[in-house]
Design a protein around this ligand. Sequence first.
Ligand code: IPD
Ligand code: CA
Ligand code: CA
Length: 267
Amino acid sequence: MNKERQVAFRAALEAGSLIKERLGQITRIDYKGQFNLVTDVDKTSETLILDILKEAFPEDRILAEESGSIRSEGQRRWLIDPLDGTTNFAHGYPFFCVSIALEQNGQVALGVVYNPISDELFYAVRGEGAFLNDEKIHVSMVESINESLMATGFPPDTRHSPINNMSEFKTLTDMSHGVRRDGSAALDLCYVACGRIDAFWERKLAPWDVAAGSLIVEEAGGKVSNLEGDALDIDRGHILASNGLIHSQIIHVLHELKATREEISQS
Ligand code: IPD
Ligand code: CA
Ligand code: CA
């Protein structure tokens, strides 16, 4: 995995510096669908990453946010989010990253997430631990929701969906030290991995949002699952990541809220 890691580092660092140079200069925002923002920088960043990966690994499949699937054959698949946190970026709010993962035999084997503003490179190779700028990282030791800081996110269709994460947000905010909404799922996951927050949950994320970050959390000693506590399916994108110690407490809260919602809808 050494060559793969070096190539992913190069792609993430070059894309990150391209994004950083354009911060605060976006004059045109387009929409993918009704509410999902995209800028020319998302596309330029993706082209840069794809050129590097295709040249180094011409046999591999790629799933990239702006280009979709490239090649249908091949044992391995790269998952690329060329700019995670586009809404932040488009508004000049400096919290976003590049996320690159490599999946092998249906399992994420390598994850690289780069925040060009803080110059923080998070990465993990399966079985080898998780790192931030070459320092080993570990999830927090917080044992109770009451003493935790968490993060969540809201999908672009929140305003139209009855399952909009608002009751979960309110309940877990009231129970904890707070719930952040930082706007970059891949960075939220890395923040769980290095213990800056104790848990992160979100619905309806895409594979490129969660692939790299979920491996980084696991390799940092944390736990990743879907919102019922079962194995994460990156293609479905309902994710709970935590330090492991408060995982079942959060699953319990989410389960109770779901049961209440179902009771109300049946009455
Ligand atoms: C978004 C971010 C955000 C999450 C959204 C994602 P994008 O990705 O990860 O935190 O709440 O659901 O779509 O569009 O900025 O790459
Ligand atoms: Ca994203
Ligand atoms: Ca993106």
